[in-house]
Design a protein. Structure first.
Lengths: 322, 322
């Protein structure tokens, strides 16, 4: 009987559910909008459970579901899976693990999306040969996950890996968290858009007219590729701050590989990955730089599902070894 | 037969060797100068081995030495114990573990001083009830050690825990490592002395005359206690940068306790510990701040010996469990 796993990737805008073989083949996917702005958590969790049941029905009786896992935005406690105060979802104190298990009547592994992404990389991605791995996502925000000795490093209550809230410049931009110059406030997609907004009110208005619309990180990338100097300078700032932040993390963790993911990183990789690598290698000690890999994720938008699958497999292996 | 361990704490200025019971009682100590400036590594390692032999002789035949361990300044590789390029000792590529084992004809656990200090805290100090602990030393430099799940987190080659080389202010002071605004360049004893040097050439020359001698961190502390405004401002800067750096680490690791040690921290604790605690608690997320302890080490100058003893005990326990 083929062994399968089901993963749920709960995002701020959409929920991706997947039926997968334990080898990492994604057999079926379901994608529904999250609608966190209009629906209460209970309704959204109902829909997540419905998606899982649909995938189970499609799997049929001939195949065995070995486990369920869900990746959710942080901050989320570990191991209890309580979403604390999520800026992405607007949820507060939602017992996601408990609510999913109640609806599905079986155990659901619930983890922080970036922690599971890191584990997915370790099992299926760029990091699969490295026991000491950092995963950093650059998207609307910046977050991370830590693999130490082949396992997620959760910290005491699941809060580890908040790389976006490391201050890299105390004279930098104000962050929603109340500090100033957090990596997230300096180098996320939101930060890039904000910098473009500031700088376009200045002398350079060289790139496309937005009719009053805010410029996005993607447009800054396009303008930079076309040689626009302001856009290039914005991305140079991002490389400087992100490079400095990653170099800090390399000194703190001495990893074998840093895997980069997230929409902004993937969308801008052709312009920023090379200078970012150079910046990090230039800043770290020889002991830390020797053999260090800095790579883009190869798992793309499915990284959350792969993370869920990796968590299911790791739990299986642990139970087998007991 | 009582079970004993021998620890060697190799520092930049002195070498402390201790004979200890596995319960943490220090029975005998030997203290010799390091003389790294005038003696080659081989001679210094000879003397370390001599100290160990003397302690063994004092222990006599009636007591069993369960293990030997040595704490050395980083960067030092793990598990091979090679001192890479130590600014404290001026040593380069010294195979300390190999050289000690050759001389003593038995296994010697060799670790980075700050890693072993963290383990010593976990076994014998403030952190003894916490599985997730960070140790930070503020001395002439700034370094650290990470305890995760009750064990030292070494990273891939032993380089983890270089908290002093996290940039906290890219417009800050130049660091010997080539970056700018490293925590060590902003808040170590050396940094405090440097700031005093800069600021005393200005309007305020209120505190004692040095006859051209450089001001030390200790003197800045004394002046601050006497109400000197420049000295107080220097220490306020140190609290700001150290507090910000510790808050970064709390977001990255989500520890239960941060233990502070090192000569500068211990010497200035009456003035800086309280504002430092307030600063960190003010900057961290509720998830990370809940229950977080920030404490001064209770092991004082013996922390290196306790770290060695903890490493000996942990290895014993692991061997017993196999």
């Amino acid at each position: 009987m083929p062994e399968l796993g089901i993963g749920i990737d709960l995002g701020g805008t959409k929920i991706l559910t997947g039926l997968m073989t334990l080898d990492g083949e994604i057999l079926k996917r379901r994608l529904i909008p999250t609608e966190a702005g209009t629906q209460v958590p209970a309704v959204i969790i109902d829909r997540m459970a419905d998606s899982v049941r649909e995938l189970m029905a499609e799997a049929g009786q001939a195949q065995k579901i070995m486990g369920l896992a869900c990746a959710a935005p942080g901050p989320i406690t570990y191991p209890h899976g309580v979403i604390m105060d999520s800026p992405n979802l607007g949820w507060q104190q939602v017992r996601l693990k408990h609510e999913l298990e109640k609806r599905l009547d079986q155990k659901v592994i619930v983890g922080k999306d970036t922690d599971l992404a890191a584990l997915g990389e370790y099992y299926f991605g760029q990091g699969c040969q490295y026991e000491y791995l950092l995963y950093i996502t650059v998207s609307t925000g910046i977050g991370g996950g830590i693999i130490a000795d082949g396992k997620i490093y959760h910290g005491t209550r699941g809060g580890a890996g908040e790389f976006g809230h490391m201050v890299v410049n105390p004279s930098g931009y104000y962050c929603f968290c109340g500090r100033r110059g957090c990596l997230e406030a300096q180098a996320s997609g939101t930060a890039i858009a904000k910098m473009a907004g500031f700088m376009m009110t200045g002398a350079d208005k060289g790139w496309q007219n937005h009719g009053g619309q805010a410029v996005t990180a993607r447009e800054v990338g396009t303008a930079a590729r076309q040689g626009n100097k302001v856009a290039r300078r914005i991305l140079a700032n991002v490389v400087a701050d992100l490079g400095s932040g990653i170099a800090n993390l390399v000194h703190i963790f001495n990893p074998q590989i840093v895997v980069l993911g997230g929409g902004v990183m993937q969308g801008l990789q052709d312009i920023i990955l090379k200078p970012l690598r150079e910046r990090v290698m230039d800043e770290v000690f020889p002991l830390h730089g020797a053999g260090l890999q800095i790579e883009l994720t190869s798992l793309g938008a499915d990284i959350g599902l792969y993370g869920c699958l990796a968590a299911i497999i790791q739990e299986q292996d642990q139970n087998t070894n007991l």
